[in-house]
Design a protein around this ligand. Structure first.
Ligand code: SF4
Length: 331
């Protein structure tokens, strides 16, 4: 593993000072389940200075706010989300999703912030190839084996899929995040936080967090009455694996009429992919067992699969059908 130095700040302000001092050579260390593997793999973009934020108070909590929404500290463990009665009562689909993240051991170590901001798991990047994300000038995923970890919806420089599940499940609930920056707190929607591969501070990353910013909190607005939600994930193995395709969907129902919808696919694109064409199609429709089949022709019409991953699109469309069947059965 490459040589590193560790700082242990006790406040957000101190952590931001250290991050600002070392620039892109420094990185936030929380659960470590992604970061330590990046270090072990000797990736070019892995930090030399780790800023361990675990000693900072008040970043690990799940609490109800005055409006009936929920605030979750970024250092809250995935296992704590999975076991939270408050979340299960208010946002059961989020709990469904986080229970499918990785293995029990890793859910005990990894944090919500880490799941949202994790690096992509493209086998070429993790194998140390000099690709765009690793200091080179080529994308091996676009031309090599792209059957699992790569986008079927196109890409810019990097074709890796966004790997997190929590963000996919948070977007339909209109969740927001708070970032601590040198200039104060900044608020973004989860969609704005993870827009897909882009250049930030000279590095390609899937999120917009700058080198001296820290994700501190996720805020979910109060659930609306009549909201129904479903999360499903297809993966090669029952544990550990990332999604080949996943779908988080919420419907705002009045009786069986769909007043509003959110449809977000995971595992098929460089970002959690909100499919507004399907959302618009669903609005005003009556929920029925056949509605998913009717929605499929308007779904993912701009798909651009690579040589080996067209099956991801079939999987995603299958999830759209099964998600609406599940919601119809529960309505
Ligand atoms: S998909 Fe991204 S991470 Fe993988 S080889 Fe291409 S640029 Fe690198």
């Amino acid at each position: 593993m490459k040589k590193i130095s560790i700082y242990r700040p006790t406040s957000i302000e101190e952590a931001i000072q250290v991050l600002s001092l070392h620039g892109t050579e420094a990185g936030v260390y929380a659960g470590g389940t992604d970061l330590l593997i990046r270090l072990k793999n000797r990736l070019k973009q892995a930090p030399t200075y780790l800023v361990d934020i675990k000693k900072i108070n008040n970043l690990r909590y799940i609490k109800e706010d005055a409006q009936g929404g929920v605030q979750i500290g970024a250092l809250t463990k995935i296992a704590e989300l999975a076991e939270s009665e408050l979340l299960a009562k208010k946002y059961p689909m989020l709990v469904e999703a986080v229970r499918m993240i990785s293995s029990p051991e890793l859910r005990n170590a990894s944090t919500l912030g880490g799941d949202i901001l994790q690096e992509v798991w493209c086998q070429y990047l993790r194998g140390g190839y000099a690709c765009w994300r690793n200091g080179g000038y080529i994308c091996y995923g676009a031309i090599g084996d792209n059957s699992y970890y790569h986008s079927a919806m196109g890409g810019r420089l990097c074709y890796a899929v966004y790997p997190g599940d929590a963000a996919t499940a948070l977007i339909p609930y209109d969740a927001k995040v708070k970032l601590a920056t040198p200039f104060g707190m900044k608020e973004l929607t989860v969609e704005q936080l993870v827009p897909g591969d882009m250049m930030v501070d000279g590095r390609i990353q899937s999120h917009v967090v700058r080198f001296n910013e820290i994700l501190t909190e996720v805020v979910i607005p109060p659930p609306k009455p009549g909201l129904r939600a479903s999360f499903e994930k297809l993966r090669p193995r029952g544990v550990w694996d990332f999604a080949m395709a996943s779908l988080a969907i919420t419907l705002q129902l009045r009786d069986k009429t769909i007043e509003d919808a959110r449809v977000v696919f995971g595992g098929i694109s460089g970002k959690p992919l909100r499919e507004t064409a399907v959302e618009n199609f669903l609005k005003g429709k009556t929920l029925s067992t056949d509605l998913g089949n009717q929605a499929v022709p308007v779904a993912l019409t701009n798909a651009a699969p690579l040589k080996y991953n067209a099956t991801k699109i079939d999987m995603a469309k299958g999830l759209l059908v099964s998600g609406l069947v599940r919601l119809n059965a529960a309505a």
